[in-house]
Design a protein around this ligand. Structure first.
Ligand code: FES
Length: 183
């Protein structure tokens, strides 16, 4: 019965063998891939890359004072932006220190701005669940969303280590509610 429902047009288009393309099949496929290529060249449809903003440097903590899974709260780049520095105990994207395991993130959910200061999850090396819509972020992988409503990664603080001191000097991503990371 399924065969009876196929249109004459579908039957005519169907190649006899998978490796044989009709002219019509070829042109249709070429048109679709061309459209996809055109979309990539349109602003907003290309690969989603988080912007990194270079910002004035701020000293955050002494590396030797950090303990695994014991977050240190701070504000950056201004007093209105709460952040969290943590030594994860496992290597992480953007991590500094001998083990590459020290990372820092803005502690505000990028979905709707819920504070995440007490949301560090030591077991999963993540942030969350956010208490508003339960989003979880993976701090070992640049703060990407693991589950939940948020569609953007947690903004990550760029860190630099000099003579045992940790400095913040930029942010990858945008702090929730801002059109620029500096107000
Ligand atoms: S505000 Fe955090 S998931 Fe919605």
């Amino acid at each position: 019965m399924g065969d009876e429902l196929k249109s004459v047009d579908q039957e005519q288009e169907k190649p006899e063998r998978p490796c044989q393309l009709t002219r019509r099949y070829f042109l249709r496929a070429a048109g679709m891939s061309g459209a996809a290529a055109a979309m990539v060249s349109v602003p907003g449809y290309g690969p989603m890359m988080a912007n990194t903003t270079s910002l004035p440097e701020k000293r955050i903590a002494k590396l030797s004072a950090l303990e695994v899974d014991k977050p240190v709260n701070f504000t950056y780049p201004d007093k209105g932006s709460l952040c969290m520095l943590v030594k994860l105990g496992v290597p992480a994207g953007g991590g500094i220190g001998a083990e590459g395991d020290v990372v820092a993130f803005v502690a505000t959910c990028p979905h709707m701005g819920t504070p995440l200061l007490r949301a560090y999850n030591a077991k999963h090396k993540g942030m969350g669940p956010c208490r508003t819509h339960l989003t979880r972020f993976d701090l070992t992988r640049y703060g990407i969303v693991i589950s939940g409503h948020a569609t953007e990664s947690l903004p990550q603080i760029m860190l630099e280590l000099r003579e045992g001191e940790i400095y913040a000097n930029g942010i990858r991503g945008l702090i929730y509610g801002r059109s620029a990371n500096v107000v």
